[in-house]
Design a protein around this ligand. Structure first.
Ligand SMILES: Nc1nc2c(ncn2[C@@H]2O[C@H](COP(=O)(O)OP(=O)(O)OP(=O)(O)O)[C@@H](O)[C@H]2O)c(=O)[nH]1
Ligand SMILES: [Mg+2]
Length: 296
């Protein structure tokens, strides 16, 4: 009997949701950074083996929205958590305030879904500290399963997959065997650039950035993919920081992004980037939409 179903990965910002979906897929489909609110849209990853097809959805971290982009992100979580078979609620074992998770779980449209508590980053905790955290958290909700793991190291990820399979109904393959993600290549490219902004820029600057691809074409004669991208930011002072002294920061962002994009397209890449200021875009519905943050 072949099984299939939908599983959404939710939790606070920085819990390690994107790291987990990447580990489950065996490939990087979602960007990761040490800063909260890295993920802005829901991202589907399809896992297929002989027994089952598991359709995972990574989501933005649930938080108190302070602008329209934040409201959009929280809506994305709710959309992704409704109508699924299993919800994985991720908690970072090292996070200080764990009790507030119950409010977030209450906000989820759980419906008939089974909810797992996944305790992540156990590689950062001493063995004897895991059980006390489990007993602290298990009363927050009626969890069907509690799975401790390390999304980064992969410890416990296999057992998570087998636990999930137990709750999957009999079903068809919704996607062809070789499907990995629903994201078009252009979207992944823009996300890779955004990841570098999150990794290389400090303070509030990365949170106010967005990336739009203007062009992505393959030049057959030169065997090179040509990409032009615009980095949007909220203030002229941020633009200066993104470009850096003598263009040094933008160059570094470009070099690191190009390296990843070349791996993705498996070929040479020419990447050109511009930085533009779009005042307070995170509070403008039209700007948010234009930058690809559109609910479906
Ligand atoms: N040591 C350790 N670090 C981890 C683990 N999982 C994730 N991280 C780190 O935690 C940080 C956040 O990881 P993400 O996967 O971006 O977290 P997220 O939940 O997707 O965050 P948002 O998209 O902002 O909601 C990154 O620096 C990861 O490398 C883990 O199992 N162990
Ligand atoms: Mg994420």
């Amino acid at each position: 009997m072949f099984k299939s179903g939908f599983i959404s990965i939710v939790g606070k910002p920085n819990a390690g949701k994107s790291t987990l979906i990447n580990k489950l897929m065996g490939e990087k489909i979602a960007i990761v950074s040490s800063k909260p609110q890295t993920t802005r849209t829901k991202i589907t990853g399809v896992y297929t083996d002989e027994e089952a097809q598991l359709v995972f959805v990574d989501t933005p971290g649930m938080h108190n929205a302070r602008n329209k982009l934040g409201e959009f992100m929280n809506r994305e979580v709710k959309l992704a958590a409704s109508d699924v078979d299993v919800i994985l609620y991720l908690v970072d074992i090292t996070a200080k305030d764990k009790s507030s998770n119950s409010e977030l779980i209450e906000m989820l449209p759980v419906g008939g879904a089974t909810v797992f508590l996944v305790i992540n980053k156990i590689d950062l905790a001493a063995k004897e500290d895991v059980l006390p955290v489990i007993s602290q958290l298990k009363g927050l909700y009626n969890f069907a399963e509690i799975v401790p793991l390390s999304a980064q190291k992969g410890t416990g990820v296999e057992s998570l997959i087998s636990e999930i399979k137990k709750y999957m109904p009999e079903g068809p393959k919704y996607f062809p065997d070789d499907t990995l993600t629903d994201q078009p290549e252009r979207v992944i490219v823009a996300e890779i650039i955004r990841e570098k902004l999150f990794r290389l820029l400090n303070d509030e600057i990365p949170f106010g950035t967005a990336v739009e691809l203007e062009k992505m074409t393959y030049d057959e004669d030169r065997d090179i993919t040509e990409i032009s991208a615009v980095i949007y930011c909220e203030k002229a002072s941020h633009k200066g920081m993104i470009i850096g002294k003598g263009g040094a920061m933008l160059k570094r962002i470009g070099t690191e992004a190009r390296r990843d994009i070349e791996r993705l397209v498996d070929g040479k890449v020419f990447l050109k980037m511009w930085v533009k200021v779009e005042d307070d875009w995170r509070n403008k519905n039209s700007a948010i939409k234009n930058l690809g943050y559109v609910a479906d």
